[in-house]
Write a protein that binds this ligand. Structure first.
Ligand SMILES: C[C@H](O)[C@H](O)[C@H]1CNC2=NC(N)=NC(=O)C2=N1
Length: 103
């Protein structure tokens, strides 16, 4: 079945195991904070690799020691779908390896 927008209730349920992630304005978002810039940039590079693998891409912002991730699914008109949660889950798995901590 084609990917479908999730209901608000389903989004809130799926957010429960993803502390630090939030839902607003039809997007899933999170900010990670690091010791310094190389660590933050390292996470961005690994996220880019995962995004190519999944063929699903977030909007990423790279600051001095922060990375912002914001994602929804363009193909359903900019709503949150299971694909966004799949990407969020993959990022959560690797972020600690880069020394990420919550904002
Ligand atoms: C052609 C390509 O598969 C599509 O454009 C993919 C690429 N990455 C994507 N990323 C996101 N966030 N939403 C999409 O609908 C999407 N579609």
């Amino acid at each position: 079945m084609a990917v479908q927008p999730l209901t608000e209730q389903e989004i809130q349920r799926r957010l429960e195991p993803l502390p630090g992630w939030s839902f607003a304005d039809d997007r899933l978002s999170r900010t990670y904070v690091f010791k310094g810039h190389p660590q933050a940039a390292g996470l961005v590079a690994e996220i880019a690799t995962i995004q190519e693998e999944l063929d699903h891409h977030s909007d990423l912002t790279l600051g001095y020691n922060k990375v912002g991730v914001s994602v929804n699914t363009h193909s359903v008109g900019g709503k949150v779908t299971a694909l966004d949660f799949e990407l969020a889950g993959r990022i959560e798995e690797i972020a600690p390896q880069h020394g990420a901590r919550a904002d």
